[in-house]
Ligand binder design. Structure first.
Ligand SMILES: [Zn+2]
Length: 132
């Protein structure tokens, strides 16, 4: 009984916070600029930086890891299926290079790590949350 009351209490307290989710969005734009206090039509504040691009979460992306042979018989571990639009591939490459202790490059939507590191690359990608 008390537990139910407590729950109801916390729910009613939570309500105003939920309503505030719309603050500052196009659905609840205040008539005055939040930074300078001027009416928005009279505001001369510099434009805000664009919002971060929305990216697909790792668990909605499948990475394909393969070891391929390059010129002079060199082996490279290649990661396909992760696009530059949905991932920070440069950052990802850095993490893979560190994990493998090897060099590598980003080529558009493809990552290459020098040497045969299929298992380590697959493990790290799975740890990050990618479907491998
Ligand atoms: Zn302003």
């Amino acid at each position: 009984m008390y537990r139910v009351r407590g729950l109801l209490f916390s729910l009613s307290f939570a309500e105003p916070a939920v309503m505030r989710l719309f603050e500052g969005t196009p659905w609840d734009r205040p008539p005055r600029c939040e930074r300078c206090g001027e009416l928005e039509t009279a505001c001369h504040c510099p434009p805000l930086p664009p919002p971060a691009p929305t990216r697909k979460p790792p668990d909605q992306q499948r990475a394909r890891v393969a070891v391929e042979k390059r010129a002079k018989g060199k082996l490279v571990t290649v990661v396909r299926g992760l696009t530059a639009a949905d991932n920070d591939l440069v950052d990802l490459l850095t993490r893979l290079k560190t994990a493998c202790g090897a060099g590598g490059t980003v080529k558009e939507d493809l990552l290459e790590i020098q040497g045969d590191h299929q298992r380590r690359v697959s493990t790290l990608l799975a740890e990050i949350g990618y479907r491998v």
